[in-house]
Design a protein around this ligand. Sequence first.
Ligand SMILES: *Cc1c(COP(=O)(O)O)cnc(C)c1O
Length: 389
Amino acid sequence: MFQSSIIELSKSAFKNNLKFLKSVLHNGAEYCSVIKGNAYGHGINVFLPLAESCGVRHFAVFDADEALRAVKCRCEKSDLMIMGAIDDAAAVEWAIENNVSFYIFENQRLQCAIDAAERVGKPARIHLEVETGLNRMGLQDTQIDNAIDLIKHNADKLELEGLCTHYAGAESIANYVRIQKQLETYTHLSKRLKLAGLTFKHHHTACSAAVLRYPETHMDLVRVGIAQYGFWPTKETEMDYHLRQRGEQPKPNVSVLRRVLRWSSRVMSIKNVGPGEFIGYGNSYMTEKKQKLAAVPVGYFHGFSRGLSNLGMVLVRGRRAPVVGLVNMNMVMVDVSHVPEVGKGDEVVIIGKQKKAQIDVASFSDLSRVLNYEILVRLPSEIPRVVVR
Ligand SMILES: *Cc1c(COP(=O)(O)O)cnc(C)c1O
């Protein structure tokens, strides 16, 4: 490993988040950890075993390729489900053979699952995803009768793992009415399927924001992504949670969400520049006085957005140091004039804590107007991930 930066995953932070999230869960709903997008940039191959070591036994990915990666690195016989793309027959057969469950949102795919189960000689474990108002994926009302027929005629080839849907933005109160309608539609469809004689092992609808905001959506399984990594889905969700906690007893031995990820690099070189000089390409930054500048080997190639040119901050020796000039492909220059005894090889924190200072992905994204989610998943998979206490 000769990488210019490193990502550390904190086991104690993840443990805390898990404890916090479970304390919020209604009626002890089962916990499913969402690890799509390379575990939101945390790295599937490192994050999954970490989560398993903390007792998580259920994971959700987006596609068959991620499922394959997850199957390779799981240590326990953890349950896996594919919430999105699994398109060719070979992938469906692979999933059935490996006990991986997957979403069904079209009758064509249902038929494909039945055929594959027949060939493999083992039932397909499916989650029926119903359309409730997100209008993205999900079986439409008009397709449901057909699906019921298909399922009933092939009962021996299918295991009904779940009945599910996904909300259209539970992280914003602006969507309140839409979410309530979705929940109503889901409840109605759930009854309809039950009356038709179908029983599902799990009913699941909630993502992080719904877990934090709408207890009635928890049912018996929740799918948590962003929050388990220590990020609130939005500032609004965080405020809403704290407002509702006012007057309640704080939970013993558990704090609210703590960030799992810390991304750091090192000072590559230092130079002193006189006043009135332009720094780096072009003329976007000119020194005002004699300044000390450090080169840090992290650039937009590594997911440090070019939008952070003259805006971003990093930490050096516990102090905030601003990015000066344009973010380059492989490096940035930061002003360290105010950092005493700064030297080559000093640790530079791009996201996370250093001494008492901290840089949040959230503040990072406020600056460049990119969502938490997007910044995280853009962290290249080549940066090494290691677990720390
Ligand atoms: C991504 C995703 C989740 C998790 O969402 P978070 O907001 O990160 O908790 C849950 N369900 C589905 C279907 C998803 O695609």
